[in-house]
Design a protein around this ligand. Structure first.
Ligand SMILES: *Cc1c(COP(=O)(O)O)cnc(C)c1O
Length: 392
């Protein structure tokens, strides 16, 4: 039996709440379930304002509009990230300045940011890879000193902390994803978290096609009209109803994912101890929300061998980002600096199956398959045609 990479988990109440949302006869945006989701996030994580969006990509685009990104502006972010982190700012004419990842985890290396800051720099966009916090004190200090905005790409970082503070509550703005591959999901979906008061009113306007409709519905103005740029960034209440069912089960989902993560870690420690691969490093200032379990191989060739071996052994494991600085779209716009750590993760990182319903038995089968691959490397007698591993 094939072990898949991801399987969206349904708590059971998703369709119940969708029926309720439909029965309320207000199924466009900002209905009852959207309000419940907003309240949940604001109360649990201390965001000044939470606004559901149709995706994390949209939340990032809203952030770029809110800080008035335009041609000539520069935005610093990791190269090892999803395209949307960069695209949101490129769409508004910004130049992206890519910072390299840390040697011991894929997050942007804070020590590499300061030399990249120029008079044109407007924002830093840290990405909390695998839900593990970037060094936010270092980033916020730079932002203070150089008067920059910080927009957290917290797409993977729900329910995770930096020094006890929830991720997404530290930067001026933060973007979350509820895509079906994330811990908490609604198929497609996202959220903009606003921590700097000055952005709240305008964010509501940008999200509602550039109109002051939200203020109108609260009775703050007696008619609404076109007051700013904007687009349609708000999701239907049907999406929010789905999401709310997930939120009610957040603690259950998170604790099971953490157990799976710990089982993987325990199962693979011997390989790491033998120097055959690297396991994720969670710094002391960060918590682990078990969004992902990855290993880092020693070389790209070994990574290809491992992926092939796992495939033959019915385990669907996958690589992850290709460095954006060398992507077909951006390589001729990049300033030419090499980013060796980012390239190393592009070449050598493998994500193992990770989802709520993964059983301990399946986790064991995956760790045994990974171990089996390394046995083919270290003990030639293990080599066989069935191993799926022929030569490097
Ligand atoms: C998933 C993800 C996104 C995009 O999220 P969508 O909701 O699909 O737009 C952006 N950034 C990172 C780091 C992600 O993991």
């Amino acid at each position: 039996m094939q072990i898949g990479f991801n399987k969206p988990y349904l708590t059971g109440n998703e369709t119940v709440y969708i029926q309720q949302a439909v029965a309320l006869e207000k199924i466009s945006g900002d209905g009852e379930f959207t309000r419940r989701c907003h309240r949940f996030f604001e109360e649990k994580y201390g965001f000044r304002k939470a606004l559901l969006t149709t995706s994390c990509t949209d939340a990032l685009e809203m952030a770029a509009i809110l800080i008035n990104i335009g041609p000539g502006d520069e935005v610093i972010m990791p190269s090892y990230t999803f395209v949307s982190t960069a695209n949101a700012f490129v769409l508004r004419g910004a130049k992206i300045v890519f910072a390299d990842s840390c040697a011991d985890n894929p997050n942007m290396d804070v020590r590499r940011i300061e030399p990249l800051i120029t008079a044109q720099t407007k924002a830093i966009v840290p990405v909390h890879y695998a839900g593990v916090a970037c060094d936010m004190d270092g980033i916020m200090q730079l932002a203070d000193r150089y008067n920059l905005y910080v927009i957290e790409d917290a797409a993977q970082a729900i329910d995770s902390c930096y020094k006890g503070r929830p991720l997404g509550s530290i930067g001026h703005l933060a973007a979350f994803s509820f895509h079906e591959t994330k811990n908490i999901m609604s198929g497609e979906g996202g959220m903009l978290a606003i921590n700097d008061e000055q952005f709240i009113k305008r964010a509501e306007i940008i999200r509602e096609k550039g109109t002051n409709r939200s203020a109108f519905f609260r009775g703050e103005v007696d008619k609404y009209g076109w007051v700013d740029v904007g687009s349609s960034f708000l999701p239907s209440d049907i999406i929010a109803a789905f999401l709310y069912a997930q939120l009610e089960n957040l603690d259950t989902i998170q604790s099971r994912r953490r157990q799976i993560w710990e089982s993987y870690y325990a199962g693979l420690v011997p390989l790491a101890g033998a120097g055959l691969l690297h396991l994720p490093d969670v710094p002391a200032y960060a918590t682990n929300n078990a969004h992902m379990f990855y290993v880092v191989c020693r070389t790209g060739e070994e990574r290809e061998g491992l992926l092939r071996y796992l495939k033959v052994n019915h385990v669907h494991a996958v690589f992850h980002y290709l460095s954006l600085h060398s992507s077909p779209f951006y390589h001729d716009k990049h300033d030419g600096r090499t980013l060796p750590n980012s390239d190393h993760y592009s070449d050598c990182l493998v994500r193992l199956p990770m989802y709520f319903e993964l059983t301990e038995d399946q986790v064991r089968r995956v760790t045994e398959a990974v171990t089996g691959f390394y046995q083919t490397l270290t003990q030639p007698s293990f080599r066989s045609a069935e191993s799926g591993y022929e030569s490097l």
